[in-house]
Design a protein around this ligand. Sequence first.
Ligand code: MLT
Length: 410
Amino acid sequence: MALLNPDYAKLKAGYLFPEIGRRVSKFASENPQAKIIRLGIGDVTEPLPPAVVAAMHTAVDELAVRSSFRGYGPEQGYDFLRQAIVDNDFKARGCDIAIDEVFVSDGSKCDTGNILEIFGAGNTVAIIDPVYPVYVDTNVMAGRTGAADESGRYEGLVYIPVTAENNFVPALPDRPVDLIYLCYPNNPTGMVATREELTKWVNYARANDAIILFDAAYEAFITDPAIPHSIYEIPGARDCAIEFRSFSKTAGFTGVRCAFTVVPKTVMAKTPSGEKQPLHPLWNRRHTTKFNGVSYPVQRGAEAVYSPEGKQQVKALVNFYLTNAKLLCEALRSLGVNVFGGVNAPYVWMQTPGGEASWSFFDKLLSKAHLVGTPGSGFGAAGEGYFRLSAFNSRENVEEAIARLKTMLG
Ligand code: MLT
């Protein structure tokens, strides 16, 4: 009989968001009259920017005609999109990234998981706690951890807690690590890293031959001009960082699917015999072997994000969600709740009133106010006692959610 991957047996419960979905579905079927408002998973609600829609329509029309029809595209993405990415996301910010260092994909969730394939099993991994659960679960699946303890922490991972006590600023690891996941603006806390903070990490990585896996999926939400949008704005990051970007939250692509990963040719790792080699050819090999590229209309849609109209429309979309976040923060503060994030990110991170356990608060919010959020403990042990509200929703729903929060907590 075939052998299954025993590492999957180490995974705690279900993946966070399906687990929330399961609880919400159960509640909805038992309470069919309840008008549930979902501020749980960060899923966009507003339509695609018109410039994106127009570009996708045109691309579909091209595919309808023999003379402009296209089959397989380049696995790494069409040059028109990769060039737009390089020019707008990197050159414009003074970052030296070449077009063939950009790999277009169907999502940062997949990329942050898949990247592990090009790293050896023996790497020690540092995780900020709380954290986007994909980083942890994919390392468990890859066999890079032991079992989980009571709090859900896996043996073998190096957890770096961030809480209100340390102002959500992670300390450098207290033992040698090889891979470090950083996500800024942060999911789930909504906090950002200053240039000095990021410099600290880049210097650490270079001094210790570590690699930073930098998830910048929420960079479009940065409002503070002093905050870097890319790790490559930090001198030396080209030697030690891989960056993940996504059109999902920026341009409403959660259902459309388009993202990209930047692997500079200067990022090196060691062979078993100790020889330094670039990771770029490995990722290129993996990508071209296992992926056939993002569809042409979607890549044209993504390219339109960088057009003058696209930029304006994306800005308006981002501002719309940021206003939701601001309204949520203001309302919670007026209720005496400690609130973080929500200024440079679409997530509001709150301490549960009275220090209630995260899942208990989740159940109470669902049953009393018919509101869905995400329990902080679902993002890691240090998230216990916290709760995340997503600002991705219509204004009407956010206002209604605020009214219900005031009734419940006021
Ligand atoms: C979240 O809610 O944390 C995100 O939507 C999850 C994701 O982007 O995969």
